[in-house]
Design a protein around this ligand. Structure first.
Ligand code: BG6
Length: 496
């Protein structure tokens, strides 16, 4: 099924996100025949672009970032005819008439009333003004059902600002018109967590505190902050990755079984998890959370600058480029099971990995020399770059002695499917065009997620770090992060 006729307006049209992710995703959808019969993509911004020049700018992005860049059937010529540029000042209400005119023109040409998607790929401080102006447009007054607004992260800077933004947006639009995007929810492997858990009867009976010792989520990156120092200074790893992506993934792992795939049903179940996360007492933050910042050093044969030397960064910056937290979920299913999460820039590997570590066998009858570890007993879900699920268990090594040895039973996406994987933004843009908000965040989820990280943020901000920088590029982060988990007799898992 395809979306009905749609006009997509991309605010921040000349920006990085559009060039790298949004237009390449729309282009891939076009090649795969998921775009509506009638559609128009309109980039807006202050830069003075002709349509021609704007298209050229987007083509460069496609050539570099589209997974279909080498596609022989790539029909850029055809696709580009759907793209145009509207120069406008987002803070001038009169400039929004240009939007109404485009929608009216499309309606005339197509002979039907289009759905409209406003994608706000802009700096967060511009969102309130643009949203206010958009809400006043004729289209939003007349057709709320088919008018949608997509808001990029960061959604607020803290609990207070997220609440303010939610209250502003919900005053202007209905909740079901607002699509708060978290691109991790569009990743194939993240969506597959629901299939693994709820389309099989095998795992669910043991998916709880009776059988699971602990859960780990690692979202490690090898890149530093690149040219985003200005943004990152105000964010840090906890805001940039934990408050959104990691907590959303944690919800997929920990949620109860939904009774349907209806957007609010799934989102209710996730909100239940977020609500059950134990709020860390401010006096105990040190026990539950570790922050880090990378120094300079050699990584993969290249000398990397310290974070404090990056462009746009304060030379005495206290911003965290690494965060590790131990969470508890206080409900029946997860009572007493720690969820260790960690994320950071300039770490040893680019990897996003979920580990479900099962409990030790009740009685280990084998002689101790048979094996040193019971930790084989685990399921790992690799989100990226490897896309696989592996169940590691003990096997008897062939031979006359009883010697145990961990082995992996692996399901690999690439080995099992020839179909290419759609990128997260493809999936989410298609959902937004179809009016399916299941994989988007509801207002309450964003707020509870801020509540969860608030005590850590507030404590860190009130107590400047004394040991920054505290990890070398190419390492696994600060030593304290190892200690966080080692204190409990456990270790971080990385795949071989
Ligand atoms: C973004 C963060 O939301 O996610 C970036 O702002 C981070 O700092 C990126 O690099 C990671 O996304 P992915 O899909 O590459 O894991």
């Amino acid at each position: 099924k395809k979306p009905s006729s749609t006009v997509v307006f991309i605010f921040g049209g000349s920006g990085d996100l559009n060039q790298r992710k949004l237009t390449p995703a729309l282009y891939n959808l076009f090649i795969d025949d998921f775009m509506p019969e009638n559609f128009a993509i309109i980039g807006t911004g202050r830069t003075d672009y002709s349509n021609e020049k704007f298209r050229g700018h987007l083509l460069e992005g496609i050539k570099e970032f589209s997974r279909r860049k080498n596609d022989k059937n790539a029909t850029w010529e055809n696709f580009q005819q759907h793209i145009s540029y509207l120069r406008m000042d987002a803070d001038k209400p009169e400039d929004y008439n240009g939007i109404t005119k485009i929608i009216d023109d499309c309606e005339k040409t197509w002979g039907e009333h289009p759905s409209v998607l406003f994608y706000l790929a802009v700096a967060p401080q511009l969102v309130p003004e643009i949203a206010t102006n958009l809400s006043k447009l004729k289209i939003n007054k007349e057709d709320k059902k088919n008018t949608r607004i997509v808001v990029e992260k960061p959604f607020g800077h803290d609990l207070q600002s997220a609440k303010e933004l939610n209250s502003l947006l919900t005053g202007l639009f209905e909740e079901n018109q607002i699509y708060r995007i978290d691109h991790y929810l569009g990743k194939e492997t993240v969506q597959n967590i629901l299939a693994l858990r709820f389309a099989n009867a095998l795992f669910e009976p043991i998916w709880n505190c009776n059988y699971i010792d602990h859960v780990q989520i690692t979202a490690a990156e090898t890149v530093g902050v690149e040219d985003r120092g200005g943004y990152y200074e105000q964010a840090g790893a906890l805001r940039d990755m934990v408050q959104n992506h990691i907590l959303q993934v944690l919800c997929m792992v920990a949620m109860e079984a939904p009774v349907s795939f209806e957007a609010n049903e799934i989102r209710n179940k996730k909100s239940d998890v977020l609500n059950a996360i134990r709020k860390i007492n401010k006096h105990e933050v040190q026990k539950y959370a570790v922050r880090g910042q990378y120094g300079s050093g050699w990584m993969q044969g290249k000398k990397e600058k310290a974070y404090r030397e990056e462009k746009g960064v304060n030379p005495e910056s206290a911003t965290d480029t690494f965060a590790a937290v131990k969470f508890y979920i206080d409900n029946w299913r997860w009572q007493g099971v720690p969820f260790y999460v960690r994320t950071g820039k300039h770490l040893m590997e680019k990897t996003t990995l979920i580990t479900i570590q099962f409990k030790e066998a009740p009685k280990y009858a084998f002689p101790s020399e048979a094996s040193e570890t019971w930790r084989a007993n685990r399921l790992t879900i690799s989100i990226q770059p490897e896309m696989d699920i592996r169940l590691r268990f003990q096997a008897k090594r062939p031979g006359q002695t009883m010697s145990l040895n961990p082995v992996d039973m692996v399901f690999s996406y690439n080995d099992n499917y020839d179909e290419p994987q759609p990128e997260a933004y493809e999936t989410l843009l298609l959902d937004a065009m179809m009016g399916n908000a299941t994989q988007f965040m509801r207002g309450d989820q964003v707020e509870i997620a801020w509540e969860v990280v608030a005590p850590i943020l507030e404590t860190w901000e009130s107590r400047p770090p004394v040991d920054f920088p505290n990890y070398a590029p190419g390492s696994w982060g600060p030593e304290d992060a190892e200690a966080l988990i080692a204190r409990d007799g456990r270790t971080w898992v990385t795949l071989p």
